[in-house]
Design a binder for this molecule. Structure first.
Ligand code: NAP
Length: 238
């Protein structure tokens, strides 16, 4: 049975990915930070294994990934999805805001990938998909630290794809547009309607839209796809 580790699996896009992979017969483990009730409910619903872990803490990531390997046997696919967002003027971003943003959105993917990749290399097979953002491609006003972290994830994807391609491991990235999750809680209804109107496909994205692309990038159909950045954005922002 194919196995996948998904970070930030308790809510939003990550939870949709847990459901999508489980529905397709994958064995799933997922990391989450604080939404314990949601994580346990999702585990009961899907049979996935929930593991509490702040991806910004390298020591905890090492332990959590070792636990994931014990639960799954090995890891065929890794989805680096955990992320946080924050809207602030550039001049209001504190050292702590900056460090936290990079720790979760960029270093987290580095720590988890570092823990999982050796097993993939030794089996000469693996899929890694990083969840960046449209803002990592085009930049967002009042989200400079978020945009920088997500742009870093695109660079990590392209470079690592070249390094581990010869070992049979693909590394790709998805860049969601505006997706209806708790991450949009700070937006007003009017803002959301304006964003929807600005989207050529005429609606906001759903977590299921993104999960479908994650599943495809980990499946047979994407066997010859690596180093790519796939927009899942309804045409928004271009
Ligand atoms: P969300 O609904 O806020 O969910 C975030 C998930 O990440 C939760 O499961 C959360 O766990 C987890 N998480 C946050 N910090 C963590 C940490 N330090 N360690 C481990 N897990 C952590 O967000 P979402 O919209 O699904 O976002 C998922 C990914 O898509 C993020 O990387 C985000 O940047 C990206 N994205 C989202 C959008 C959008 O419009 N929604 C657009 C572009 C990109 P807890 O619940 O336990 O805290």
């Amino acid at each position: 049975m194919r196995t996948v580790l998904i970070t930030g699996g308790s809510r939003g896009i990550g939870a949709a990915a847990v459901r999508a992979f489980a529905r397709e017969g994958w064995r799933v483990a997922f990391l989450y930070r604080s939404s314990e009730n949601a994580a346990h409910a999702l585990a009961a619903e899907t049979g996935a294994c929930p593991i509490p872990c702040d991806v910004g803490d390298p020591a905890r990531v090492k332990e959590a990934c070792a636990l994931a390997v014990r639960q799954l046997g090995h890891i065929d696919a890794l989805i680096n999805n955990a992320g946080v967002a924050q809207q602030k003027l550039f001049t209001d971003i504190t050292d702590e805001d900056w460090q936290r943003m990079l720790a979760v959105n960029l270093s987290g993917a580095f720590y988890v990938t570092r823990a999982v990749l050796p097993g993939m290399i030794s089996r000469k097979s693996g899929r890694i998909v990083n969840v960046s953002s449209i803002w990592g491609r085009v930049g967002a006003s009042c989200e400079v630290h978020y945009s920088a972290a997500k742009a870093g994830l695109i660079g990590l994807t392209k470079a690592l794809a070249k390094e581990v391609g010869p070992s049979g491991v693909t590394v790709n990235c998805v860049c969601p547009g505006v997706i209806e999750t708790d991450m949009l809680d700070s937006f007003s209804q009017a803002d959301l309607e304006a964003l929807s109107d600005d989207t050529p496909l005429g609606r906001l994205g759903t977590p299921q839209d993104v999960a479908a692309c994650l599943l495809w990038l980990c499946g047979e159909g994407a066997a010859f796809v690596t180093g790519q950045t796939l927009g899942v954005d309804g045409g928004f922002g271009w």
